[in-house]
Design a protein around this ligand. Structure first.
Ligand code: SF4
Length: 240
């Protein structure tokens, strides 16, 4: 069994705080959590901040988030006394429109996501040893095979840490209610999954939680968690 596999097996089914604490200890000053302020991300912010773990919290500020999401960002910082660093794309929204055409999200959403999310993510992860995410296995096909700890499919020099991989939506909401975690008010208005405003719509009863993301398009992921066909599977881990 590989080193990464052994750690993944050790933490499978364990409380997320144990996984986070391991990452903070194994990668001091080089562990970063990226969040889009989904309900799962709010749970991890609560855990990281409540235990004062040395994990940098970062968001990819596309410039196209809902006003409610920007308000939640500030609310979380105030509630937990943490600074959540925003990473912006190279170009503002008007600059992108001038260079690539207006409403790139409608004409070429993959390109838009690459410019506004994927490239800024790569900037945020440069030099980091552990990338912590709030993905759950039951969210999308790409996420279904996520391990609690795995070699980052984007870059084999890093581990990807998914403390909520085995949680369900019900687990997440139970935690939120038990701990009074601030979440986006849009969830109560039919938006279970929230991204940029041009690409997010409310879902109807019976639709999947992500049906409102890139509605009427083939796209299901922004590209942050997409796996290449041959993902790397082994690196040497830092030892806490
Ligand atoms: S979610 Fe939509 S608006 Fe946001 S970066 Fe992707 S394509 Fe662009």
């Amino acid at each position: 069994m590989s080193e990464v596999e052994a750690v993944a097996t050790r933490f499978e089914g364990r409380p997320p705080i144990e996984v986070l604490a391991w990452a903070a200890e194994a990668y001091p000053g080089r562990a970063v959590f990226t969040t889009g302020f989904g309900v799962e991300g709010c749970v991890l912010i609560d855990l990281i901040a409540s235990d004062h773990l040395g994990i940098d919290i970062v968001t990819l500020d596309t410039g196209l988030l809902f006003p409610e999401t920007y308000a939640l960002w500030r609310r979380l910082e105030e509630r937990y006394g943490v600074a959540i660093r925003g990473i912006e794309p190279e170009q503002s929204v008007p600059q992108q429109a001038a260079a690539h055409g207006d409403r790139l999200w409608a004409s070429a959403p993959d390109r838009c996501c690459n410019l506004r999310k994927v490239l800024p993510l790569e900037k945020a992860l440069r030099g980091q040893g552990a990338w912590i995410t709030a993905i759950r296995r039951d969210q999308t096909a790409d996420r279904a095979v996520a391990r609690v700890v795995e070699v980052d499919p984007r870059d084999a020099s890093r581990v990807k840490v998914n403390p909520l991989a085995s949680w369900t939506s019900a687990d997440v909401w139970a935690y939120v209610r038990r701990n009074d975690v601030p979440v986006n008010p849009l969830h109560d208005r039919g938006y279970p999954s929230i991204g940029c405003w041009p690409c997010t719509s409310a879902v109807a009863a019976g639709e999947s939680a992500r049906a409102g993301r890139w509605r009427d398009q083939q796209k299901t992921e922004c590209g942050l968690h997409t796996r290449p066909a041959q993902a790397p599977f082994e690196i040497h881990l830092n030892r806490p």
